[in-house]
Ligand binder design. Structure first.
Ligand code: NAD
Length: 460
């Protein structure tokens, strides 16, 4: 039996060991999920709704326990971790309304009645990254279960604990066995087997663009359905007519939340030239004032990175990084980080010299933000769109017309005006370009977990 040691990123101490499953164990779990399918889809809509509501209530009763597990196993701040567990509850509650509202259509035709049904796909495989173990799991399993699918879910190898906890809470809430199974293990073993398994009808993958691209390629062999939520390099655009104080005060939360390990991180800040210096002056105290430290303390604003490897990667963009011309990266200012054990990295603001600099173009996935000035609206839009990604972004302006024009012009799935928040469980979430394929959450996710079936009944 292979075991993976889960490490507390704030202390580098072992938390526990979790079994890493092999391909044969995945096959056995998928077979059980296939067998559980017919009974699960036959559960009356109102009963399936009741079960999901009960699942939400059981999660609610365990929010603190799940949050503590995420603090220790993933280094999330306690405030974030409680929000994340609460988000799973809310997503379950939201999709609990779905079984009774999975409407088809009745379409006028000659010679009979034509109706459409939304049929479940069968077994859905969900592959989750380490940065938001709970919400990303919930965004997959809640709508998938509501639509009548059974689910096998692979958490990231580094962060399996809360997903395993959620599967237990599902059973406690009364979900039948094998309807929702969590399979911890390696991407190259468990993840790959879910992708190649014929009876897994859909893969919901959240993770890097490199792995997502490979999954899309391999899914083609079976015309397997996929939803992909991939990387990001989102722009936070601050116009001179904005409330610059608010934009600067809020910018750190838009990029340093979860220590910047957030696909929606606004890691490129674009500031209109007349307020560029002022914005940087206001940003500095907001960054240096960020409390970085033990994620278990309620007043901590930023915790550690997930691993030593991730810290090495992040520091490779700054300490040992270079601009496109080979010069050292220009650090404007940075916040604090504790010394000693733990995968700490200070929040860091850099000033790129050109848009060809790696720190401007690539997803750092850590607490590093790059700031550049721009001239006018057209310049801002061109800079924001000069990336292979298109996940989120912010626009700060007091001009409603400009807000609308820029929001329509930026090639990105989730934009916010005078705000840096992009995720709401009742609205669609997903990426343009290489940030992904398909949408999660909101009304859209249900479509992603069903096939439309058209049935014609002759009246003769
Ligand atoms: P990753 O791609 O390395 O891994 C993601 C998951 O895929 C893990 O569970 C991993 O074990 C599994 N995996 C790895 N190789 C696999 C393979 N060959 N076949 C099947 N599964 C495989 O990503 P990560 O480092 O865990 O997460 C960070 C990335 O996730 C970042 O790029 C980030 O932007 C992205 N992300 C995107 C979103 C979004 O919603 N768009 C949300 C969170 C994170």
């Amino acid at each position: 039996m292979m075991l993976h040691t889960v490490v507390d990123p704030a202390t580098e101490e072992a938390v526990t060991k979790v079994e890493s499953l092999d391909a044969a164990q995945v096959d056995a779990a998928v077979a059980r999920a296939v067998a559980a399918g017919p009974a699960w889809r036959a559960v009356a809509p109102a009963d399936r709704a009741r079960l999901l509501r009960r699942f939400a209530a059981v999660v609610d009763a365990h929010v603190d326990e799940l949050a503590d597990l995420e603090v220790r196993g993933s280094g999330h701040t306690i405030g974030n971790a409680r929000w994340e567990a609460g988000n799973v509850r809310d997503v379950l509650d939201y999709y609990a309304a779905a079984p009774e509202r999975l409407f088809g259509r009745q379409i006028p035709v000659a010679g009979g009645l034509d109706v459409t049904f939304r049929e479940p796909l069968g077994v859905v495989g969900i592959i989750v990254p380490w940065n938001f173990p709970m919400p990303i799991a919930g965004w997959g399993f809640a709508p998938a279960l509501a639509a009548g699918n059974t689910v096998v879910l692979k958490p990231a190898e580094l962060t399996p604990l809360t997903a395993l906890g959620l599967a237990e809470l599902g059973l406690e809430a009364g979900l039948p066995p094998d309807v929702f199974t969590v399979l911890p293990g390696k991407g190259s073993v468990v993840g790959e087997r879910l992708v190649t398994h014929e009876r897994v009808r859909k893969i919901v993958f959240t993770g890097s663009t490199a792995v997502g691209t490979e999954i899309l390629r391999r899914a083609a062999d079976q015309v397997k359905r996929v939803t992909l939520e991939l990387g990001g390099k989102s722009a936070n655009i601050v116009f001179a007519d904005a409330d610059v104080e608010r934009a600067a005060a809020d910018a750190p939360s838009g990029v340093f939340d979860n220590a910047g390990q957030d696909c929606c991180a606004r890691s490129r800040i674009l500031v209109q030239r007349p307020v560029y210096e002022r914005f940087l002056e206001l940003l500095e105290p907001a960054v240096t004032g960020l409390r970085v430290g033990s994620p278990a303390k309620p007043d901590t604003g930023m915790g550690p990175l997930i691993s030593a490897e991730q810290r090495q990667r992040v520091s490779g963009f700054v300490e040992s990084g270079a601009d496109a011309a080979g010069r050292p990266v220009d650090v404007a200012f940075r916040g604090h980080a504790p010394d000693g054990a733990g995968f700490w990295y200070p929040p860091t603001v850099v000033l790129p010299r050109s848009t060809a600099d790696p720190v401007w173009r690539e997803e750092v996935f850590g607490p590093v933000v790059a700031v550049l000035p721009f001239d006018d609206e057209a310049d801002a839009i061109a800079l924001a769109n000069d990336t292979e990604y298109g996940l989120s972004g912010s626009i700060w302006t007091r001009d409603v017309g400009r807000a609308l024009r820029v929001a329509r012009a930026v090639e990105s799935g989730n934009l916010s005006v005078n705000s840096n928040s992009s995720v709401r469980y009742s609205t669609p979430f997903g990426g343009f370009k290489r940030s992904g394929l398909g949408r999660e959450l909101g009304p859209d996710a249900l479509e992603a977990f069903t096939e439309v079936k058209n049935v014609f009944i002759s009246d003769e």
